[in-house]
Design a protein around this ligand. Structure first.
Ligand SMILES: NC(=O)c1ccc[n+]([C@@H]2O[C@H](COP(=O)([O-])OP(=O)(O)OC[C@H]3O[C@@H](n4cnc5c(N)ncnc54)[C@H](O)[C@@H]3O)[C@@H](O)[C@H]2O)c1
Length: 327
């Protein structure tokens, strides 16, 4: 019986590789360029819902230029934080493009945190005011932290971060994180409306809920503000999605698919896709007054490109646990 080795990379091992965030952003941007030229395959992600408030999505992708082939199997559970578990957990499997054989299994949580923030930061390059100084983070968890990290790489005038979370302890942890890693002023707010007021960029990173009670209001957002919602339509009131001056997404087909499932009923038109902004096919922000939304629902191309690069680096450094695979 033939056998060969699969490389397993844990979250700890991936973290220990100290992957450069600017590299991640560049890999992700390249994957989106490939999407524009239609040299990628990203079928709509199927999902299952094994218990109330829990989803598991299968996210396959192929990026031809990089021979990057794989699937992310990612779960989100609203109850996990109560059990002291992360909201999102999962694995990525990479495959050989020719034989289809699995070549690596790795943690998906770290990659998800970084690639999501990288996509938002790339969006901000085209859609935020160039002179943006303030950012609001609503939901001070994993994505809140990675978003501050990546957005600060593209917004060079950033001075202040305004934060809100329903769990005050999360706000204090976030403040500590900002003070340790960034020279930014932190404003702790007692309500989301207060946190958003006057901000150039607003990231909402709260859970996706089965029966959401949205609270976010377009009136909170100043002229020239960029809204980056990560939780589909769980946080912002439905009219927000139609009252912004412009709305961009990572994949219009995917957005339409979610509309067939009942999400985003008020969105009648989208101004374009992120890949079109990246290749210069369409314009993003044209003046300092527009209220814009970057509604990126998550694409597997950004996971699989980052996973492939991590796999190559791990091979070069002889990292990871070798698992035997028999045929
Ligand atoms: N679009 C994408 O590609 C993508 C990718 C990854 C994650 N996400 C989404 O990002 C969101 C955040 O994920 P995470 O891993 O950071 O979760 P997390 O559990 O680490 O953080 C969520 C935070 O939100 C806080 N919170 C909950 N309800 C709130 C409310 N009503 N107001 C303010 N704060 C509230 C929680 O206390 C927690 O601190 C999730 O909805 C997740 O599905 C989207």
């Amino acid at each position: 019986m033939a056998s060969y080795k699969i490389v397993y990379l844990s979250k700890k091992e991936i973290e220990s590789m100290c992957i450069n965030s600017l590299d991640i952003m560049q890999w992700v941007e390249t994957a989106f360029k490939e999407k524009y030229f239609k040299t990628v395959e990203i079928p709509p992600k199927p999902g299952i819902h094994p218990s109330n408030g829990t989803f598991i999505h299968a996210m396959p992708a192929f990026i031809q230029k990089f021979d990057a082939v794989g699937i992310k199997w990612i779960a989100g559970s609203a109850l996990n934080p109560l059990k002291n578990l992360p909201y999102l957990t999962g694995l990525i499997i990479l495959n050989d493009p020719e034989t289809g054989l699995p070549i690596s299994i790795m943690d998906a949580a770290w990659i998800t945190a970084k690639r999501t923030a990288a996509v938002s930061a790339i969006s901000a390059k085209y859609l935020a005011r160039k002179d943006s100084e303030t950012i609001s983070i609503i939901g001070c968890g994993v994505q809140g932290r990675s978003h501050l990290e990546f957005l600060s790489l593209v917004l060079k005038n950033l001075k202040k971060v305004s934060v809100f979370d329903i769990v005050f302890e999360r706000v204090l942890e976030f403040e500590n994180f900002v003070q340790k890693n960034f020279g930014l002023e932190v404003r702790k707010s007692s309500s989301p409306g207060e946190a958003v007021q006057g901000s150039d960029i607003i990231v909402t990173a709260t859970p996706i809920l089965k029966n959401p009670k949205p609270v976010g209001r377009i009136e909170w957002v100043k002229n020239g503000g960029l809204i980056v919602p990560l939780e589909f339509d769980s946080y912002w009131l439905p009219e927000t999605f139609s009252k912004v001056d412009k709305i961009y997404t990572d994949d219009i087909e995917q957005l339409k698919y979610y509309q067939t499932l009942g999400h985003f009923p008020s969105i009648k038109k989208v101004d374009g896709e992120l890949c079109e902004l990246i290749v210069g096919r369409i314009e993003g922000r044209v003046d300092d007054k527009e209220k814009i939304m970057a509604l990126n629902l998550g694409l597997a191309i950004s996971d699989i490109i980052v996973a492939k690069k991590i796999y190559e680096k791990a091979l070069a450094k002889n990292l990871g646990l070798s698992l035997e695979y028999n045929m």
